[in-house]
Design a protein around this ligand. Structure first.
Ligand SMILES: *Cc1c(COP(=O)(O)O)cnc(C)c1O
Length: 321
């Protein structure tokens, strides 16, 4: 795996690989959202991406760059969330075998979705074994290539293609808000913003309970926190990546946080006003704008909605609550 930082040229190359494969997702607007924010808000709707989240972009790009020898041995990852489904689908489309390591107690629906896309799920006991150790052992046995969820140059450049499409469609923006877990989406988006709308200020948004990114940016080094508790289950990472952090440090203006209550309010706004199903993690960036965590009055504002995969029972409870 390369440790060189990706550049905007890599994002451009990724967008060529994704042409005709990834959906060019719609940019949505809402008069009500504009009125609430006092701004022109452009929502890039990656909840409509294949498998329901932007993760398809990075996963597909990373697999497309493998050599024939690497392809023959398959790919491997550990995740029980959107990255697992992204790798399963992207592998199937490229004729590559994918093995996904999940904890024994991963939700049955997530496991079924990953298997539905053609991935082989291998489980481990999270109370007895460390997933990285399981991955290492399987890698040694099979020679498969490990594709991590965010700290990988080809994953970052793939994720950057969503913001690239947004700038190409709407032109210059004053602000871009992006949700933040391990930082693949934020780093990639920041590369696109710096190249396509250099005066745009890019903000990361993470759950209040899991503000390792905010702490890291302020401390000037990667800060690790205990596993946070939040309904934003796609952003419960405990540290930024060795590749994502330097890009974020260089190109991101600041990192903001929102509470779970603010996420629920935003999730309901999307359902009621914009007729969109957005998962809690996918609401992070929008919550910062619609709940006025950062003032944007009079500005042109981009917001990336990162995904729409939510358990229907939980979704119903959010709407009813
Ligand atoms: C993975 C994920 C994130 C966080 O992305 P990072 O690249 O890890 O920062 C945000 N939203 C959704 C829906 C995700 O699946």
């Amino acid at each position: 795996m390369s440790t060189a930082l990706p550049t905007f040229d890599d994002v451009v190359a990724a967008s060529e690989r994704l042409r005709g494969v990834a959906h060019r997702t719609p940019v949505m607007t809402s008069t009500t959202a504009d009125a609430i924010a006092g701004a022109n808000v452009f929502f890039k709707a990656e909840n409509y991406q294949r498998m329901g989240a932007f993760k398809f972009r990075g996963g597909y790009n990373a697999i497309a760059k493998l050599t024939p020898e690497q392809r023959a041995k398959g790919v491997l990852t550990f995740s029980s969330g959107n990255h697992a489904q992204a790798i399963a689908l992207a592998s199937k489309l490229q004729g590559v075998k994918a093995t996904i390591i999940m904890p024994l107690d991963a939700p049955a629906a997530k496991r079924a979705a990953t298997e539905g896309y053609g991935g082989t799920v291998v489980t481990y006991d999270r109370y007895k074994e460390d997933r990285a150790a399981v991955a290492k052992r399987m890698q040694a046995e099979t020679g498969a290539t490990l594709i991590p969820p965010y700290d990988h140059a080809d994953v970052i450049s793939g994720q950057g293609t969503a913001a690239k499409e947004l700038f190409e469609e709407v032109g210059d923006l004053d602000y871009l808000f992006v949700c933040l877990g391990g930082g693949g989406l934020l780093a990639g988006s920041a590369l696109s913003a710096a190249a396509l709308s250099p005066s745009c200020q890019v903000f990361g948004v993470e759950p209040e309970a899991g503000n390792d990114g905010q702490q890291s940016l302020r401390a000037g080094k990667i800060v690790t926190i205990p596993t946070p508790k939040s309904i934003a289950d796609g952003a419960l990472t405990t540290y930024l990546g060795d590749l994502t952090f330097p890009i974020i440090q260089d190109k991101v203006k600041d990192i903001l946080t929102v509470s779970d209550a603010q996420l629920v309010t935003t999730l309901k706004f999307f359902a009621e006003r914009m007729k969109m199903v957005v998962e809690p993690t996918g609401c992070l960036a929008a919550a910062a704008v619609l709940q006025k965590v950062h003032p944007v009055a009079g500005a042109r504002v981009g917001v990336i909605i990162s995904g729409g995969n939510v358990d229907l029972k939980a979704y119903g409870e959010f709407l009813a609550g």
